[in-house]
Design a protein around this ligand. Structure first.
Ligand code: NAD
Length: 483
């Protein structure tokens, strides 16, 4: 990884921009090797795509230990959670995609309509070309390799840029790709802003970015230079509304699990909770009990509880905790040395409090009171569109109102996080939480162009009807048909 320090310590005899130039040359060469390979048709054959996906499956099996060790090092992720939310998800996605790929790629035939007869139409999914996948640190295996599966399935060549914020996992992913996948299909460029900036100067046929919206804007701006399409998987504050009259013990467990998995560093974690004052009073003991049930009375000793990824994020989230409002956890239990932040719940939070000013992305759950579903809906509507909205209610009309009156990447009723566990549903945001979607078939659609192919025999020449000059019977017919 090159740093600015390299530039300042460059010997006077060398041009000041030497490291940068060498890096640019290397990255440009990687991209053009993949473009040449795409142009040579390497990735076109469906059998070859399936073979790469099987190679990835084999690689995951053989590198399982290495990947798990890296996830533990970067995020304190334990073995079961690594299987459940990272490596297992990728394997499941490979199975789903390889099972259905041939049928998804079968050209769809459609009628061209009576006006164009005789003619036939088909829709074919063609690869886009050379693509770039930029991934974040919070689920670094899942969020790098699930898009990669879609890219390979679509017949593209791929540059992967894992996050430097999870450095051990970035190295493990680079090793996995270099050892088990064909460099004619996939290459890894590790690094941070400098490397990504050079990558973004290159021309790609799709950029698939997962991360925060500020960098999302940088990616979109760079992509516009080449008119490159983008899929932007961003974040935001995903709300939870708990309606009066639901089973609070179950709701509390599901909310606590969704919030504190990966120490709250989940893009679709419930960010803040809304309920009426009466429900908040009754819910709080259940939330406390759920934290103890999942992580014990000393979560710092639980093997199932993660750590903040780095000191910067530790300090940021620590600063959002107001100990006067804390009813579980709090700053006095935090440990800077191990980047441990306890599962923290705050009540009596105000809409203007700092914790409501940004996506929390850490183990802090603010609870705000509302006077019912009307206010909850209004509060969601006045903020940016979230990645997910969560609802716990027994009333179908309230479900319907949330579905139609709020906009979010997805709406999950009666659960948190688990709705993205199926490759059958597209996953993506809307508005400030992103654009485009993937997982399963949606991933294939994101990484291909749906190309209509229209065919018409030269005889009979029925198109003669639309050629000028327009007069007599021809004019009358066309006017009658088209007004
Ligand atoms: P991050 O810091 O790892 O950044 C993401 C990627 O952007 C990295 O690969 C990084 O190298 C690159 N990057 C950073 N700065 C850059 C710059 N100036 N120019 C070009 N590239 C740059 O991850 P993050 O952004 O902290 O991730 C957390 C955010 O991502 C949260 O907002 C979260 O909600 C969101 N997220 C969304 C999803 C989703 O699927 N929608 C999944 C995970 C995370």
């Amino acid at each position: 990884m090159s740093t600015d320090a390299n530039a300042s310590t460059t010997p006077a005899a060398e041009p000041a921009d030497a490291p940068d130039a060498a890096l640019r040359t290397r990255i440009t060469a990687e991209v053009s090797a993949l473009r040449d390979s795409f142009d040579a048709g390497t990735t076109r054959d469906i059998g070859a795509r399936l073979a790469q996906l099987e190679a990835l499956r084999r690689g995951l099996r053989l590198e399982d230990r290495r990947l798990r060790a890296a996830l533990a090092q970067d995020l304190g992720k334990n073995r079961t959670e690594a299987a459940l939310t990272e490596i297992g998800v990728v394997t499941q996605e490979i199975t789903h995609v390889t099972t259905h790929l041939k049928s998804w790629l079968r050209p769809e035939r459609f009628s061209m309509g009576a006006m164009l007869a005789p003619a036939s139409g088909e829709l074919r999914r063609e690869p886009l070309g050379t693509t770039l996948i930029i991934s974040p640190w919070n689920y670094p295996v899942n969020l790098t390799l699930v898009p990669l599966i879609a890219a390979i399935a679509g017949g593209n060549t791929v540059i992967l840029k894992p996050s430097e914020v999870a450095p051990a996992t970035s190295t493990a992913l680079a090793h996995l790709v270099r050892t088990h996948l064909d460099p004619a299909w996939v290459r890894v460029v590790e690094g941070a802003v400098e490397e990504t900036t050079i990558l973004l100067e290159q021309r790609f046929d799709l950029i698939f970015y997962t991360g925060n919206a500020a960098v999302g804007r940088i990616v979109a701006r760079a992509a516009a230079e080449h008119l490159t399409p983008t899929v932007l998987e961003l974040g935001g504050k995903s709300p939870v509304f708990v309606d009066d009259g639901v089973d609070l013990a179950v709701a509390a467990r599901r909310i606590v699990w969704g919030k504190f998995t990966n120490a709250g560093q989940t893009c679709i974690a419930p960010d803040y909770l809304m309920a009426t004052p009466r429900t908040v009073r009754r819910l709080v003991p259940h939330l406390r009990k759920a934290v103890r049930a999942l992580y014990g009375s000393a979560p710092e000793r639980s093997r199932d509880y993660g750590r903040m990824v780095n000191p910067k994020h530790f300090e940021r989230v620590l600063g959002l905790i107001d100990d006067d409002l804390v009813i579980a956890g709090g700053t006095q239990h935090a440990d800077r040395a191990t980047r441990y932040l306890p599962p923290t719940i705050m009540t009596g939070v105000d809409w203007d409090d700092p914790v409501m000013g940004e996506e929390i992305f850490g183990p802090v759950l603010p609870i705000l009171t509302v006077d019912g579903p009307d206010e909850a809906i209004a509060r969601i509507r006045e903020r940016e569109k979230p990645l997910t909205a969560y609802l716990f209610t027994g009333r179908t009309q309230i479900q319907e109102r949330f579905a139609t009156e709020t906009s979010s990447g997805s709406l999950a009723v009666g659960m948190t996080l688990a709705h993205i566990g199926t490759p059958a549903l597209p996953f993506g945001g809307v508005g400030e939480s992103g654009m485009g979607a993937y997982h399963g078939r949606a991933g294939l659609e994101a990484f291909t162009h749906a190309k209509p192919i229209a065919r018409k025999p030269l005889t009979p020449d029925t198109l003669r009807l639309v050629y000028p000059p327009y007069k007599g019977a021809k004019k009358a017919i066309l006017r009658r048909l088209f007004g």
